[in-house]
Write a protein of this length. Structure first.
Length: 251
């Protein structure tokens, strides 16, 4: 498995409660090459915290996470070289153009110089960025900036892609372009982990879906497997039924 997570846990100190709060509680799952694993849950479910542990931004309170066989705690530098990460905080450099940004990030990730121009052109083409590739980022729209951020996260051709709600806040056409790009990455054999609270996005993109709620991974399976578990068809109904069955909540 390219991503292997076992009993991952993260606790934070909560001043209001004068004690620890568990944000991620005993989460385990796998994701392999050429597959998309989706963490599906509402805001505050623990999705972003999980992804930040896998990308070495946060240190787990317990459990083990391996990226391409490397431990995220013991080998953080190696792990970072294997991944491309897009988060809600991924920004752009206002005074650079997208092409300049991609050149910069490819070089700091040691992408071969003799292949750099070809790689940049390929990513610009895949994300339909040629029309604004040489425009300063300060002049770009929200959708253009998001495309630039995604391009930045994949320019060094990493084995593992980790996307935290990659289409959040975008218009319909940009969402479609982003989703098509993610599917192309799967076709190229990338291992892709993404978080989302958008049911239709999970239905369209994910080979495996992990339903996460209040830090706990309640169920994992393909869409058809989750439908069979719950006797529900629409993913929204599947999600609600899993939460009701596992934790006794109606949402």
């Amino acid at each position: 498995m390219t991503i292997k997570v076992r009993n991952l846990k993260k606790e934070f100190y909560d001043e209001a409660r004068n004690g620890d709060m568990t944000a991620v509680d005993d989460v385990s799952f796998d994701c392999e090459r050429g597959k998309i694993f989706g963490l599906l849950g509402p805001n505050g479910a623990g999705k972003t915290t999980t992804l930040r542990m896998l990308t070495t931004i946060l240190k787990p309170s317990g459990g083990v996470a391996l990226i391409c066989g490397h431990d995220v705690v013991k080998e953080p530098t190696v792990v970072r070289s294997k991944i491309g990460f897009l988060s809600a905080d991924t920004g752009v450099y206002e005074r650079l153009t997208p092409r300049e940004m991609l050149t910069y990030f490819a070089r700091i990730n040691h992408y071969p110089d003799d292949k750099l121009k070809s790689r940049i052109n390929s990513v610009l083409e895949m994300l339909s960025m040629n029309d604004f590739a040489d425009t300063r980022c300060e002049k770009l729209s929200t959708g253009m900036r998001q495309k630039t951020s995604i391009a930045r996260s994949v320019i060094h051709d990493p084995e593992v892609l980790i996307f935290d709600e990659p289409t959040n806040g975008l218009d319909v056409l940009t969402i479609r372009a982003m989703q098509d790009f993610i599917l192309k990455c799967r076709e190229q054999g990338k291992c892709i982990l993404l978080s989302t609270h958008i049911m239709s996005e999970a239905e369209k993109l994910c080979d495996q879906i992990g339903v996460i709620h209040k830090g706990k991974l309640l169920s994992v399976g393909s869409l058809e497997e989750l439908r069979a578990q719950t006797s529900k068809h629409y993913l929204e109904d599947v999600f609600v039924e899993i939460v009701r069955e596992r934790v006794g909540e109606i949402i």
